[in-house]
Ligand binder design. Structure first.
Ligand code: ATP
Ligand code: MG
Length: 443
């Protein structure tokens, strides 16, 4: 390959790293060390997308980088990465050119003293292996990543099978990048991903979960990614419960809130709940536990999936009749879901119903309004009752299981008819229940 093909002067407004990054590169270059912008920021800039972290790769060793700058942090020194603080205290990552000396599918042992080309050759995909010198304004692109960017192709650097074997995570990264940018995966690279799938079990659950989360966060239509997880066999290896997840279920993930409508963690959890929505709650919880999800996420997603499995169908059936359930039925539903989870449940439901052409969106919106109003206006929990345990004890109901049962009976009574939620009515009901064991009118 001739030098002209690889190096090209490139001065374009999209390729303007922040001034602080240019300054760092200038300082290192003046000290005699070749220094380039590399990786995701160069790729995204060439695509016209914003990218916050501009990584630098340099010929300087980590020790030389630390000597060159006043304030540094050894963020990943064994891999050659030093964090350099600019005068505003913002950290920029500077990584020494490396080559791999040993790989085992999970970890790499690297050595320094490599050239820029060697450093680019160990990167995963051609679109991620483009370097830019922000001082000379030169692009260095030995693997023709720009052609693949323009054509919309994710292609492994070098021999795809070898690259996937060196690091199994690359299979999942290829899928994420392709889905995020709407690219296709080059045939040889896809074949290597499929061949890699059975070996993905070598990855730690934490890394797999991280990829899943990044996909939920970065990819506008995660169904495109998860269809590939399914079709490549990645789900079969990593999340067997999702090995044959349906296109309908995957499409519901795409219909969950746009960024900004809800907080990022909630959006991620809602999308995760949609992904697991065709399973029963326990299976979803087990799958998430195996992926080392946080207890909070396991609880939220597991509960949402469980409630969707229990109540989704009957709501779908009600929509088909064109009529929503009556108020007592909606109160029972809100009570089963839990007041603070009703909103998330409805969002999950809306994502499912949105794919059903027989369900009028206006009816879904009406359910949203009525169920939310009911959940926050009507008494549906024991804490909403006009009496509490102390009141009942003072009126002769002994503490213990009987008291708990009575409170539950009163709760059911006010769910059926909120007008009963007064002290006098409830105490009267509690006394009757205590004497004849009933006391609560039938529905
Ligand atoms: P993102 O926007 O997701 O951060 P990115 O391209 O910046 O995308 P990073 O994970 O931050 O991805 O990695 C930065 C760069 O390091 C990549 O662009 C790629 O050149 C290289 N790289 C990262 N992970 C690998 C890997 N597993 N194998 C080879 N190269 C990798
Ligand atoms: Mg990055």
């Amino acid at each position: 390959m001739s030098a002209e093909r690889v190096d090209e002067r490139f001065d374009h407004p999209s390729l303007r790293p922040p001034g602080q990054v240019i300054e760092l590169a200038r300082t290192l270059q003046r000290a005699g060390f070749a220094t380039w912008c590399v990786g995701g920021a160069v790729r995204d800039a060439l695509l016209g997308l914003a990218h916050l972290d501009w990584d630098l790769a340099t010929a300087a060793t980590p020790a030389e980088v630390r000597k060159t700058f006043r304030r540094t942090i050894p963020v990943g020194i064994e891999f050659g990465t030093v964090g350099v603080l600019d005068q505003h205290g913002v950290m920029h990552e500077v990584t020494t050119f490396r080559r791999d000396v040993h790989t085992d599918g999970r970890h790499a042992v690297v050595e320094f003293g490599a050239s820029l080309d060697e450093d680019l050759a160990r990167r995963d995909f051609t679109i991620n292996a483009i370097a830019y010198d922000p001082i000379e304004k030169v692009l260095h692109d030995p693997f023709r990543g720009r052609e693949d960017l323009a054509a919309g192709i994710v292609r492994a650097v070098g021999v795809p099978d070898d690259r996937m074997r060196e690091d199994r995570l690359r299979a999942l990264r290829a899928i994420r990048f392709a889905s995020r940018f709407g690219f296709r995966i080059e045939d040889g690279t896809w074949a290597a991903i499929v061949a890699s799938a059975p070996h993905l079990t070598r990855l730690s659950p934490e890394r797999v979960k991280q990829e899943l989360d990044k996909t939920m966060e970065q990819v506008a239509h995660p169904s495109q990614a998860f269809r590939r997880w399914r079709d490549s066999g990645a789900f079969a290896a990593l999340v067997p419960a999702l090995r044959s997840v349906s296109d309908t279920t995957l499409a519901s993930v795409d219909r969950l809130p746009r960024p900004g409508q809800v907080t990022r963690p909630l959006r991620r959890m809602l999308r995760t709940a949609a992904l697991f929505s065709a399973l029963d709650g326990k299976t979803a919880e087990q799958a998430l536990r195996a992926l080392r999800a946080s207890n909070q996420e396991i609880m939220v997603v597991g509960t949402l999936v469980d409630r969707w499995q229990r109540f989704g169908d009957s709501l779908t059936a009600a929509f088909a009749t064109g009529e929503l359930p009556d108020d007592p039925a909606l109160r029972r539903l809100a009570a089963e879901i839990g007041r603070l989870r009703v909103n998330a449940f409805l969002r999950l439901g809306a994502a499912q119903w949105g794919g059903n052409p027989h369900i009028p969106p206006a009816l879904v919106r009406a359910l949203f309004r009525r169920l939310m109003r009911i959940a926050f206006r009507d008494p549906i929990e024991i804490a909403d009752l006009a009496v509490d345990g102390d009141d009942l004890r003072q009126h002769g109901i002994p503490a213990g299981p009987a008291l708990g049962r009575t409170l539950q009976l009163l709760r059911q009574a006010v769910i059926e008819d909120p007008a009963r939620n007064t002290r006098d009515v409830l105490l009267e009901m509690a006394r009757t229940a205590a004497t004849d064991g009933s006391g609560v009118p039938a529905r």
